[in-house]
Write a protein that binds this ligand. Structure first.
Ligand code: VAH
Length: 328
């Protein structure tokens, strides 16, 4: 991979992925695109506004930039997807189809960001294997499970080099998440540093898979660099790093901020979504097929998050807090 096009670059993953890709391949070889033109100021370097639901615009951007790999990150997450299910369907599936069609035409590889939310409550959720049945109950999860299969189809039918990961909840101090059920695990750090207290929208015992963003970004790049002959599972590799509950995270934060207090006011929508997801996923296949290994556990992640936010001395990361931008 020498040249990369990142779609949805202004989001939580894209903001850090663009930096990592440019460090590896050079600023001019990584084009960042996002629906929001103002993301250019945050991302710097080569940038173009791009609406992934506009198939002609996606094809034109891929044809002009000629990337070896398109990292497709643009999507509505779980909470926003429940608030606007038809839009989530249009963006998450329509956008992906546009990317796959452009990649097919221009012989680019595609990275697809899937999620542990592509599983649902019809299976045992305590240790979900790579090939478990997928019956998600959110529009977000449905679009991601279908997206995985569409990526398989484009590989099998048209030989497009499609690959992807099922990301856990992702935690970063650089950019805000937007509209996700796991956003509490980012907001809590900002609140702890700024106010010493946070009101959590999930029950204290809600265990979910989580991952620190540097691990997630490295996993995406390592998967795209992996020897394709080793990949049996291409588009939907389970990857894991840590599992925790809000109660566990609060205790870890209190090791750095002894006066921190976590309160709870359960949001029924977020709790119902979280209860439908795996409490832990099995990432042994990714470890075997392409050598996946996480580098951050809850202690290392918490120490870095608190240190960065304290150093910044602000309640919110460098990127202004915002709801996700969605097409009109
Ligand atoms: C969400 N952050 O909460 C996303 C993620 C596993 C959760 O896909 O919707």
């Amino acid at each position: 991979m020498k040249r990369a096009l990142v779609i949805g670059a202004g989001g939580q993953v894209g903001t850090e992925l663009v930096v990592a890709l440019r460090a590896r391949y050079g600023q001019e070889n990584v084009l960042a695109t996002d629906l929001r033109p103002d993301a250019a100021a945050t991302l710097g370097g080569p940038f173009e506004p791009l609406d992934c639901t506009d198939g002609e615009a996606v094809l034109a951007a891929v044809r002009r930039f000629r990337p070896h790999t398109v990292f497709h990150l643009a999507a509505l997450l779980s909470v926003t997807g429940e608030e606007r299910p038809r839009l989530a369907y249009r963006v998450n599936l329509g956008g992906l189809l546009n990317v796959l069609e452009a990649a097919r035409a221009e012989d680019s590889a595609v990275f697809f960001a899937s999620t542990i939310a592509s599983f649902g409550p019809s299976i045992p959720l305590d240790l979900v294997p790579q090939d478990a049945a997928q019956r998600p109950t959110t529009m977000y999860g449905i679009t991601k499970a279908a997206g995985e299969m569409i990526c398989d189809y484009y590989h099998l039918r048209y030989r497009v080099d499609t690959r992807g990961l099922r990301f856990p909840g992702l935690i970063s101090h650089v950019a805000e998440p937007g509209g996700g059920t796991t956003d509490y695990a980012v907001e809590v750090f900002q609140a702890a540093v700024a106010r010493g207290a946070y009101t959590c929208p999930l029950r204290a015992d809600t265990q979910l898979d989580m991952m620190y963003m540097p691990d997630a970004v490295r996993a995406a790049i390592e998967l795209m660099q992996a020897d394709p002959s080793r990949l049996t599972h291409r588009n939907a590799c389970n990857i894991a790093a840590m599992q925790f509950t809000p109660r566990m995270l609060a205790a870890e934060i209190a090791r750095h901020l002894p006066h921190f207090r976590m309160e709870y006011r359960v949001d029924p929508l977020r709790q119902a979504i979280a209860d439908s997801w795996p409490r832990r996923i099995d990432d042994s296949v990714a470890r075997e097929e392409w050598g996946w290994r996480p580098e951050y556990d809850i202690a290392a992640m918490t120490a870095e998050m608190v240190a960065h936010l304290r150093q910044r001395g602000s309640a919110s990361p460098g990127i202004p807090n915002r709801r996700p931008t969605v097409p009109r």
